[in-house]
Design a protein. Structure first.
Length: 270
């Protein structure tokens, strides 16, 4: 994978295909594999860019200067600047949508179209924020994701009825286990705290271009339920697409539906 040095740290990214640029922003606790079906489908006619989050995949540790989601948006812009890419079609899932929307608000001229998937631009509700912070404390105390915690964290990302013996689920569970102590303490936990302490930018959503924005959400997304996506789509004035048979990582749970929706949207807007 190519690498760009941003804020003093190596940011690894996938760069595949030719055509209009599509930037895929990933979920917390997932590497580029969460987009594997989309990378294959979109790279046939687009230039697909997938930066790895700090501490994820092959990227380096969270830079000390990273204090908010606005910093993640600024870092993504810095990557585009280094690659001399003037405009992108941005597809962000979960935290990828959180910083992706901020990027579109900061630099509207750089975003040709925007897809917000399984994400929320409001502040994290206090109850879930405190719950996630308690999980971070457990990880910090042990320097690992303990076995019992794997069975708490992994299901968050999938629809309730997923087969827990499936390759998708088991591969993800193993990926969580593979995080080193250093990555957990210096990147994963601090990044998680940053994400779940985010500011509320819902009041800014009407500034987004309704004609070039799409909101998508898995029908069975637990951490980011469809009601949140519906509220955001109404504020933006754009369409909402619910993804059947999918939870939070809808890109992997119903890839054919997601691919078709993205290809249709990009054909009209890229």
């Amino acid at each position: 994978m190519p690498v760009a040095v941003i804020d003093g740290q190596p940011l690894h990214y996938l760069d595949l295909g030719n055509g209009p640029a599509v930037l895929l922003g990933s979920s917390y606790l997932w590497d580029r594999d969460m987009w594997a079906p989309q990378i294959e489908a979109l790279s046939q006619q687009y230039r697909v860019l997938v930066p790895e989050l700090w501490g994820h995949g092959e990227s380096g540790p969270l830079p000390a200067s990273t204090r908010s989601l606005d910093d993640l948006a600024r870092q993504a812009l810095a990557l585009l600047d280094q690659l001399e890419i003037a405009q992108v079609n941005l597809v962000g899932l979960s935290v990828g949508g959180m910083w992706g929307a901020r990027l579109a608000l900061q630099a509207p001229g750089r975003v040709n179209s925007l897809v917000l998937m399984d994400t929320y631009l409001g502040a994290e509700p206090e109850a879930t924020r405190q719950y996630y912070f308690s999980l971070f404390k457990m990880i910090e105390d042990t320097g690992a994701i303990p076995e019992p915690l794997l069975d708490v964290i992994a299901p968050i990302f999938f629809r309730p009825g997923i087969d827990r013996e499936s390759a998708l689920y088991q591969d993800y569970r193993r990926a969580l286990q593979s995080f080193s102590r250093e990555r957990l303490l210096h990147s994963i936990v601090p990044l998680g705290r940053l994400i779940f302490s985010r500011s509320d930018v819902l009041e800014q959503l009407p500034r987004l271009d309704a004609d070039t924005t799409l909101v998508m959400c898995g029908e069975q997304d637990k951490p980011r339920p469809p009601a949140e996506s519906d509220a955001m789509a109404k504020l933006i004035g754009c369409s909402l697409t619910l993804i059947p048979d999918a939870g939070h990582i809808s890109s992997r749970e119903n890839p054919d539906f997601v691919n078709e929706a993205l290809l249709t949207f990009l054909a009209n807007h890229a």
